[in-house]
Design a protein around this ligand. Structure first.
Ligand code: R5P
Length: 279
């Protein structure tokens, strides 16, 4: 059995045994209690990388580097991998941050990353991305079970774009085709949803819309509106990673019968726990 190291940002699920604080200038201060214990040992480190993704990544690199120096073999459990959406680049010189982050973690000594519904992996199981070995677990089925509390047994599951179809491929789910608009005014940080098209029956049915993440909520709002405009009855939104940026939760609550996520990112909307899925 590997020795466990648990970050304070995992304290809702496991008992922390790492100290993480900050200096007055906000540099991170990290202390691994009983460091000698981990020398040449197998270690599993539980550490969330969101919110405060940049700081949390630096903390992880500091821990990995220190453990590497003492010969520990470290696997990391990070339920949500930030930067995963930039797995492709469009502009000259733009950095593919998903791969860069994976490489940094591997080079710092992460022998395997355990994560959930990683955006750039469209299947469960073992993968390699850049230099990093990744074990990806899907929580889609658990979200579908949770939706039964509000929708009963009689509902269809739909994902908002083709990229997310793997979430529902074993569940008989349907998918929209999403087209995003071009970047506006040279900004490269967000593209609106331009259109959603479908080729399945909607009228009179209940739906659970499932997506790997809700960030600004733009994708979900478009999908909800499409379902409602075409005569859907009850509509719920479920997501693995609930970032719920800006005021999108208010909007989603007004438009739907329920909105929920897992606790890969803790929030009041987290109704499905990853606890029983942890390695
Ligand atoms: C996109 O490919 C993802 O699966 C999500 O649909 C997207 O990241 C959600 O972002 P937002 O909530 O900002 O529309």
């Amino acid at each position: 059995m590997p020795l466990q190291l648990v970050s304070p940002n995992f304290s809702d699920l496991l008992t922390p045994n790492l100290e993480i604080g900050k200096f007055p200038d906000s540099d991170s201060h990290v202390r691994i209690l009983d460091l000698e214990k981990y020398q040449n040992q197998k270690v599993i480190l539980y550490h969330r990388l969101y919110p405060k993704q940049n700081t949390s990544l630096i903390v992880l690199l500091l821990i990995l580097d220190t453990l590497k120096e003492i010969g520990a073999q470290v696997e990391v459990v990070a339920p949500y991998l930030p930067y995963a959406r930039q797995d492709k680049t469009k502009l000259n010189g733009e950095i593919g941050s998903a791969k860069a982050i994976c490489n940094l973690l591997a080079r710092a000594g992460c022998q395997k990353l355990y994560t959930f519904d990683c955006h750039f992996l469209n299947a469960e199981g073992e993968h390699k991305f850049g230099e990093l070995k990744i074990h990806n677990t899907s929580l889609a089925k658990a979200l579908v079970e949770q939706a039964k509390g509000t929708l009963g047994k009689d509902f269809e599951v739909v994902v908002p774009d083709v990229g997310a179809t793997y979430l529902v491929k074993d569940l008989g789910g349907k998918h929209f085709k999403k087209v995003r608009a071009e970047y506006k005014d040279d900004k490269v940080d967000y593209r609106d949803v331009e259109s959603l098209t479908h080729d399945f029956d909607i009228h009179g049915k209940n739906f659970l819309i499932l997506d790997d993440m809700i960030s600004t909520g733009g994708t979900m709002v478009s999908a909800i509106q499409k379902l409602k405009d075409n005569g859907a009855q009850k509509v719920c939104c479920g997501t693995i990673h609930g970032l719920f940026l800006f005021n999108c939760l208010d909007k989603l609550h007004k438009l739907t019968d329920c909105v929920f996520s897992t606790d890969t990112i803790p929030s009041p909307q987290a109704q499905v726990s990853i606890k029983t899925f942890l390695p």
